[in-house]
Ligand binder design. Structure first.
Ligand SMILES: [Zn+2]
Length: 340
């Protein structure tokens, strides 16, 4: 009798747990508690989410879900780190969305959010979404090309200081640059070029720094830096119906550079959708072109693009921001893919 009662109680706990899990996943509110005994790969406890940890997570996710993701390299950083690309879903899907994060070093919390979101999508592959499709069906029709950490050297500097740079000459050069005394706030790559000023559209039209430094120096020409070239190459792999580039901070979505016609309409639809998902305010964003990646994506590539600015505190965002940023963005990839 006692045994039967215990079994009933366990079954009840499992049922309640499952309902709770599905509710949490559907609302995207917090990461899933694991009721099925499945181990979580991406650790979301309070710590520094490093390049090395991301690399290990990519490998583990690839081992666990070999048919659902494809991992490749789109380039190598100055300090010899691979710039990873993960294709989520069917790589030959008729439609694809490009997503990137951490082109700015100190904004690395977005890498962590994207990696956890990637895992959530994989875990929920056969779960039904409110639109009647499973996660898997959505990514079968519209896959995601994700570059979770465009600027791995810069992220390493922001997290560990210049001791994290392996190449001695590069480390010493970086240490000589303006801003090196406060590495946490580093935005650029390891030789002081802001990768998000490296793109050809508007390059050199808005100069705020004349020398390599932690922030906003645009380099000697567009696409001199391997990390910016990696983004350029990644965008040339195929046509994309939409692009999302993650930054911090502001809780805002930039989307409008004055594009016209069909591109404007498609941009507006994407931006509205992202606003509904995240709750961030829509902002046309700065209309002056200054070599930013989304200037290039919209004007050169003709891709409807949103620049999503997460968080509401100075970067690097403190861990206290994690839960909010997760709630606002965990569903972004699947919900945007479902739009197409
Ligand atoms: Zn940024």
């Amino acid at each position: 009798m006692l045994h039967v009662e215990k079994m009933r109680k366990n079954k009840w706990i499992r049922t309640v747990g499952l309902i709770l899990l599905l509710t949490l996943i559907c609302s995207g509110s917090v990461m899933a508690a694991d009721v099925n005994g499945q181990e979580e790969i991406v650790d979301t406890s309070d710590h520094i989410y490093s390049y090395a940890e991301m690399m290990e997570d990519i490998q583990q996710l690839g081992n666990k879900y070999p048919d659902l993701i494809q991992v490749s390299s789109v380039g190598t950083s100055l300090d010899n780190r691979i710039i990873f690309q993960i294709v989520l879903g069917n790589p030959n899907a008729p439609k694809a969305i490009y997503v990137q994060s951490s082109i700015h070093a100190r904004e690395w919390m977005n890498t962590w959010i994207m990696m956890k979101s990637l895992e959530m999508n994989l875990k929920n592959w056969n779960e039904m979404l409110p639109n009647g499709e499973t996660y898997g069906q959505i990514f079968e029709d519209c896959c995601i090309y994700l570059l979770p950490m465009v600027n791995p050297d810069g992220v390493t500097i922001s997290q560990y200081g210049f001791e994290g740079i392996q190449n001695e000459a590069l480390r010493n050069y970086g240490l000589s640059l303006k801003g090196a005394s406060n590495p946490k706030r580093w935005k650029a790559n390891a030789r002081g070029v802001d990768l998000n000023r490296q793109f050809s559209v508007g390059w050199n039209s808005n100069i705020t720094e004349l020398m390599p430094c932690s922030d906003t120096y645009n380099g000697e020409a567009p696409f001199t830096e391997p990390e910016a070239i990696a983004v350029k190459n990644a965008l040339e792999q195929r046509e994309f119906v939409a692009a999302i580039t993650y930054h911090t901070m502001e809780g805002a979505i930039y989307w409008n550079l004055g594009q016209q016609g069909d591109l404007l309409v498609r941009s507006q639809i994407l931006a509205n959708h992202c606003q509904t998902i995240s709750g961030y305010r829509l902002d046309p964003g700065p209309s002056d072109l200054k070599g930013l990646e989304y200037n290039y994506m919209i004007w050169e590539k003709g891709i409807p693009t949103v620049c999503i600015e997460t968080g509401r505190k100075f970067s690097p965002l403190p861990y206290s921001e994690w839960a909010d940023v997760w709630q606002e963005n965990s569903m972004m990839m699947v919900a945007v893919a479902a739009l197409y």
